[in-house]
Design a protein around this ligand. Structure first.
Ligand SMILES: Cc1ncc(C[n+]2csc(CCOP(=O)(O)OP(=O)(O)O)c2C)c(N)n1
Ligand SMILES: [Mg+2]
Length: 340
């Protein structure tokens, strides 16, 4: 017998209330307005119950979990002070203490001076890399052109390795809580879900506010099928896939073909390589959105301008970059490098 995804109707007595309704009512009482999920037992029943109470349900294609755990404190670097608790409560307590003893870091201290000098030299190095205009583009060229057109009130969502790390240093969000990315631990797969949540909120609360979702080509693979969700709810998200044919780095088509002449890809292809020149924009076109394949700064500028002007449809711009492009030299290792 085929397994059903919908719970059997129970032989409940009249006047009894289902667990799903209790959950939905509790969420409603807490002021929850949106719910994200994937149907299956018991989500189907809860989603129905929530919709009956006016909570909006967004059906997703992929799910992630979050937890708070004391053992995680100090997992990457040894902290000077550890704070365990709900972030809302801890922030409130900290602010109360600061009110009692007002304190400001001295603006002319050595630490501030070093920080300002470092910011200036970083900016100069990034600008130098971004000034390289002839194709294939590098990350900095791409991000400087995107930054030029980014709306000030836009949401920036991002994931990837080089894509997210370099993007963080160039793409500016001006409003608080308007940057959503894979965070310190860099868990891939969160990007499109974050973008959908931000776009649903924008659609209801501030129509016209845009969500720009900047994805590495590998990162896009983790939840790329959420493009169907984006098109189903017609959310005018702009997805930028920064495509270097790989994870951190890839190969160009000639190198890839040459490599496969003598050996099978399972033996010859480095694990970080993805298929060169993949047309990810076709995924968006398949579901009714707009897709662009760009290779030059001019094509990038034009497609982004068109995507920003169109508030009726989602779009995906597949941006080809130099497959061996990398970030500028780094002074520090990634935080999660083991200290054991
Ligand atoms: C769930 C999960 N699986 C695997 C990884 C390992 N990982 C780190 S970054 C990354 C993708 C990086 O490639 P891409 O998104 O193309 O960005 P690029 O560095 O090439 O710009 C992967 C798979 C991860 N961080 N999270
Ligand atoms: Mg990549």
């Amino acid at each position: 017998m085929p397994e059903s995804n919908v719970a059997e109707p129970s032989d409940r007595n009249e006047g009894e209330v289902s667990g799903a309704k209790v959950i939905a009512q509790a969420l409603k009482t807490q002021g929850v307005e949106y719910m994200f999920g994937i149907v299956g037992i018991p989500v189907t029943e809860i989603a129905f119950a929530a919709q009956e109470l006016g909570i909006r349900y967004i059906g997703m294609r992929n799910e992630q979990a979050v937890d708070i755990c004391a053992e995680e404190l100090g997992n990457n670097v040894r902290p000077a002070v550890t704070l365990l608790g709900d972030i809302n409560a801890v922030t409130k307590q900290l602010l109360e203490e600061f009110d009692k003893i007002p304190w400001q870091y001295p603006p002319e201290s050595k630490w501030w001076k070093t920080l300002r000098e470092k910011m200036d030299s970083n900016e100069a190095a990034s600008k130098e890399l971004a000034s390289q205009k002839s194709p294939p583009m590098n990350y900095y060229t791409v991000f400087y052109h995107v930054q030029e057109q980014l709306p000030r009130d836009g949401f920036i969502v991002s994931e990837g390795a080089n894509t997210m790390d370099i993007g963080r240093t160039v793409l500016q969000n001006y409003l608080p809580r308007h940057r959503l990315d894979a965070g310190t631990f860099g868990t891939m797969g969160v990007g499109l879900g974050f973008a959908i949540a931000a776009a649903v909120l924008a659609k209801d609360r501030s129509p016209g506010q845009r969500v720009i979702c900047v994805e590495g080509d590998s990162a896009f693979g983790f939840s790329g099928m959420e493009v169907e969700t984006i098109c189903r709810y017609n959310l005018p998200i702009i997805i930028l896939v920064v495509n270097n044919n790989g994870i951190y780095q890839g190969f160009d088509t000639d190198t890839w073909n040459e490599m496969l002449k003598s050996q099978d890809a399972t033996i010859a292809a480095p694990p970080a390589c993805l298929l060169p020149n993949s047309h990810y924009e076709q995924v968006m076109i398949a579901f009714g959105g707009k897709g662009y394949f760009v290779q030059t700064p001019e094509e990038l500028q034009k497609s982004l301008r068109q995507s920003l002007a169109d508030t009726t449809k989602p779009s995906l711009i597949n941006i080809m970059i130099e497959p061996q492009a990398t970030r500028k030299a780094q002074d520090f290792h990634w935080l999660t490098r083991s200290k054991m």
